[in-house]
Design a protein. Structure first.
Length: 329
């Protein structure tokens, strides 16, 4: 399944290949109740067709009108700001108090679109740098771990950086998921996580379980789970889900995961089994009350799920809720 980035990019490449001109639009900054977050993409074709979204539709209509008037195909990248005044917000249809600033890239080069497409298809974390002062757009490898991006230091997957002249955005698998166990639930969970732009690693040292793994776009490893997690150097954009029911595999990776910055750590099993797991982790490994409180076990939101795909839905839903700060437990 394609991510939103890949869908927009694929459409842009097809339009250019067919001889159309287009403008690439990125949300650079928002204030108040703006409808789409920074980094959102849109392309608008010379005849007004649109792929992607930067608002609920109000801004898109204005961009189409600007394209038809010839305003979107300037000589080099420029910025547009919407909602500066109440009158403009009302005219455009922005929510009350909403403002957003867009960066427009007229006629992106076919070679750049191709290179970005190749990078994203390889699930390669990529930095896109639009320089309004010099009218250039460049691509390079993005690094994980930086927290204060600037034009001289490459940002990580943690933010969009915009200073009025330089727009730096990161594209590709910005989130990572380590799944322990290559069973049925893992298959569905991996497929759903790929659709949410996770880089998915499946770890199962049991040869009889990993031999049949066949989910394209994921990485299967047979190292021990705790060693695998340590090698990944888990950060705040990493999730860990233990699905083997085997304490020899699950407990050791949970021990490392609960001490790491990983934003989500979950383990399959009944409430009773997870209570026993917490007791083991506290008694034998010395995890603190706060560390154990980070464990989502039983894993997933309580939606009455029973089948493997339903359980995977519950897990993904809880990961999304935690990631967005909306989890209630």
């Amino acid at each position: 399944m394609n991510s939103v980035d890949l869908q927009v990019l694929a459409t842009a490449r097809a339009w250019v290949a067919a001889g159309h001109r287009l403008a690439w639009v990125t949300v650079a900054r928002t204030w108040g109740s703006a409808p789409r977050p920074p980094g959102s993409w849109l392309v608008v074709r010379d005849d007004g067709l649109v792929e992607g979204s930067v608002s609920g539709g109000c801004i898109e209509d204005d961009l189409v009108a600007r394209m038809r008037d010839g305003q979107m195909l300037a000589a080099q990248p420029f910025k547009l700001t919407y909602g500066v005044t109440q009158e403009e917000a009302a005219r455009i249809g922005l929510p009350c108090g909403g403002m957003l600033e867009l960066v427009i890239e007229p006629d992106p080069k076919p070679g750049l679109l191709h290179e970005l497409g190749v990078r994203l298809e390889r699930r390669q974390l990529t930095l896109k740098h639009v320089d309004l002062r010099h009218g250039t757009t460049t691509l390079s490898d993005a690094a994980r771990g930086a927290t204060s991006p600037s034009t001289s230091s490459m940002p990580s997957a943690q933010s969009v950086h915009w200073d009025g002249e330089h727009l730096l955005t990161v594209h590709g698998p910005q989130w990572r998921l380590l799944i322990i166990g290559a069973g049925q639930i893992s298959r569905y969970l991996a497929q759903m996580a790929l659709a949410l732009d996770y880089e998915v690693t499946v770890c199962d040292p049991r040869e009889e379980h990993g031999a049949g793994w066949d989910v394209p776009g994921t990485k299967l490893v047979n190292t021990m789970p705790d060693d695998t997690l340590l090698a990944m150097r888990a950060d705040a954009r990493c999730a860990v889900v233990a699905l083997t029911h085997d304490p020899k595999l699950d407990d050791l990776v949970l021990l490392e995961a609960l001490k790491s910055p990983a934003f989500y750590v979950g383990a399959v099993g009944s409430r009773l089994n997870n209570d026993r797991r917490r007791d083991r982790l506290a008694t034998h490994f010395g995890l603190t009350v706060d560390e154990l409180a980070r464990l989502h076990g039983p894993v997933g939101l309580p939606i009455g799920s029973r089948t493997p795909p339903e359980i995977a839905v519950a897990i993904v839903a809880e990961m999304v809720a935690v990631r967005n700060g909306a989890c209630t437990r």
